[in-house]
Write a protein that binds this ligand. Sequence first.
Ligand code: ATP
Ligand code: MG
Length: 371
Amino acid sequence: MPRIVLEHVSKRFDKFVAVDDLNIVIEDRDFITLLGPSGCGKTTTLRMIAGLETPTEGRITIGDTVVFDAEKGINLSPAKRDIGFLFQNYALWPHMTVYQNIAFGLENLKWKREDIKSRVYEMLRLLKIEEFVHRYPAELSGGQQQRVAIARTLAPAPKVLFMDEPLSNLDAKLRSEMRTELKRLHSDSDSTFVYVTHDQLEAMTLATKICLMNKGVLQQYDPPLTVYSKPNNIFVADFVGNPTMNFINAKLSEVDGKHVLSLFGLYATFTANMNKPLNRENVIVGVRPEHIAITDSGKINATAYSALPAGMETTVKVKIKDALVSSVVFGAIDYKTDQAIKCDIISDQICIFDANTKELISQGSISINSL
Ligand SMILES: Nc1ncnc2c1ncn2[C@@H]1O[C@H](COP(=O)(O)OP(=O)(O)OP(=O)(O)O)[C@@H](O)[C@H]1O
Ligand SMILES: [Mg+2]
């Protein structure tokens, strides 16, 4: 079964390092998203696994086969890697019907006529496009064309399916529908999915594991909720989540064996749930917006800077001394501008980052000391 292993894979274009010493294992039937800002090396990584780009260094194994090894001079062609692609521009053949588009790849693989027919109909049912079987691409909507493209890619049952921003041409509603279908498709098929996106929400909701890159360097490779709740560094913490995590400059000291943080001109006791030494003074405290509670019993005096009720939840910009932080509260609550409020930091997943290296050094809970 296909397990994909990348060992010390790098890609340089002249002196420019597009992918730098990447080591990841993609398990059989995983749904991996390659996530990161534009230019971080997502497409290059995908193309190297697929065999469309030659790595400068490293080794790539798919299943039991070494498909690339820089030292041994192994480099299998894409056709020999048993993979399917779905790229952003999924052009269907305009002169072929939906049926012919899906059948085409199978004919090339010399499948028998009746096998092709039953497989095409299986795909049409799976993607709910049976009624369009005899239409030409020009007679379909963008979303329907997209589904035909997915059917065409899935028809030969590739062991690994690569997708590079396949939903970027669709409107918000269709995107969300297609996400649901892709996730179902993944659980209904035996394939491993590798999916490129720069949309953090898409990565969070689809993936079994997120591979988050920045400037060619892997930042974190973990399940979505781990990436969200235990980010390796400030880049990851900031990239994932909307509204983004609040970052608060603070000083850390030890008083009577306890860790004390000074932030917003207040003192707070920090109780770590990680066993790492906390011997820094300058730190950045990371708090997710949903962990800033607005409550009458709160120990932090603040004012409401602005409130954006969105129906299900309200994003409140809270002013604490000179700092502005985001809080997300459930329900539609409209605070008046500059209304006095009280808030508290409630979570045992408060992040403490080193102010210099920006790495996560601890996590735990904060209790604001009463004065
Ligand atoms: N053929 C090439 N020659 C030189 N530089 C290249 C080449 N292909 C890619 N690059 C560079 O390598 C880096 C990574 O490119 P890549 O296409 O992998 O980015 P990406 O993460 O897919 O970005 P996007 O989200 O914009 O698609 C970019 O800075 C790009 O300019
Ligand atoms: Mg790209």
